[in-house]
Design a protein around this ligand. Sequence first.
Ligand SMILES: Nc1ncnc2c1ncn2[C@@H]1O[C@H](COP(=O)(O)OP(=O)(O)O)[C@@H](O)[C@H]1O
Ligand SMILES: [Mg+2]
Length: 315
Amino acid sequence: MDWISPRRLNRLGMLNMNRRNVDYIARYNERSSYPLVDNKLKTKLAVAEYGVTTPRLLQVVRQQHEISHFREMAEGLGGFAIKPAKGSGGKGITVITGRDDDYYIKASGTRIAAPDLERHLTNILAGLYSLAGSPDVAIVENLVESAPSLAKFSYQGVPDIRIVVFQGYPVMAMLRLATKDSDGKANLHQGAVGVGLDIGTGRSLNAVQFNRPITLHPDTGLALENIDIEAWEDMLEMAARCYEATGLGYMGVDLVVDANEGPLLLELNARPGLAIQMANGRGLLPRLRNIESLKRPHFTPRERANYVMDAFGAL
Ligand SMILES: Nc1ncnc2c1ncn2[C@@H]1O[C@H](COP(=O)(O)OP(=O)(O)O)[C@@H](O)[C@H]1O
Ligand SMILES: [Mg+2]
């Protein structure tokens, strides 16, 4: 990371790891809510009751013998994603976009033989990708097809939008774009690009890759300065709703925009990273303090979305 003096970080109101853990995560997140967000299957089921949509669930593979059902089901599918319910950081996720005889085609364009994909399911069940190596289940869900206006910025992968939600208020946002390095996934530490978004409008601010400032996408070559997320207010409202669904006071909400279905929730994170501040060129602290000092918090997700657009917009 380019070195920035502690004094400058302070002036920008940057939240550091220690403060995040002590003053926000420990104080505002109930431990009992963690299992809900650390398991993508549980998350899917929990948020559905609150009007938050996720990519359609096609199959849950819980046991080895169910892999034969997967084989039959996958016959008729165009694209899908396989993921470990308890995975994180993009590990163990295989995104399949098509079929070529006995091979599946991955988002990166490489082919994977059917038996290898089935072996991948076996590995997921064995806990190869789960947080503590404990046995897991595999989720097969519908392929998200990104809206073209956004997809063109990303290299072979669905871009996602990370929104930090504090006490139900979406306080900061960033767009993450897949790169050659990140293999069709939008995870920053795997080399995805992070683009800060103006919370007031959904337009791009700064961009970073590996925590360094950039202006062009390294693979698509497109300028990252004029990106504009559609239906921004709806996205903020959807993120805000995840607060009612989970009770988590401090979390990362990851959304995607599907070409047909609109905004969908991909996953929730109870310990969201701090790089979003680098992508925004702004710190989280002033916004978190603003929300903490509200005398009369807003009741509905829509009101909270409107509040942040007004209070934290770049203009
Ligand atoms: N259903 C899907 N269709 C297409 N791409 C997906 C799908 N699910 C996940 N991805 C890609 O994989 C990345 C990681 O998925 P995610 O559900 O966020 O898991 P993780 O906890 O490992 O980050 C996403 O950012 C996205 O780029
Ligand atoms: Mg993710």
